[in-house]
Write a protein that binds this ligand. Structure first.
Ligand code: ZN
Length: 64
């Protein structure tokens, strides 16, 4: 009645993370489809895992 084959959209958000290597803070997208690297030192902040990321860095803040 309410759901007529509608595909729910995956919930995406922006995450502010802090690089463990250099302390740089960077905003990343939770559904990045490629690895996200620190802009300052090239450390990997998040690995892409089939449509969502596996975080390697500490999340400072979540943003919708
Ligand atoms: Zn860094």
């Amino acid at each position: 009645m309410e759901n007529k084959g509608e595909i729910p959209k995956p919930k995406t958000k922006f995450l502010k993370v802090k690089c463990a290597g250099c302390g740089n803070e960077q905003t990343i997208f939770s559904n990045a489809n490629r690895d996200v690297k620190c802009l300052a030192c090239n450390n990997i902040l998040a690995e892409s895992k089939g449509g969502k990321v596996k975080l390697k860095a500490k999340v400072v803040k979540e943003m919708e």
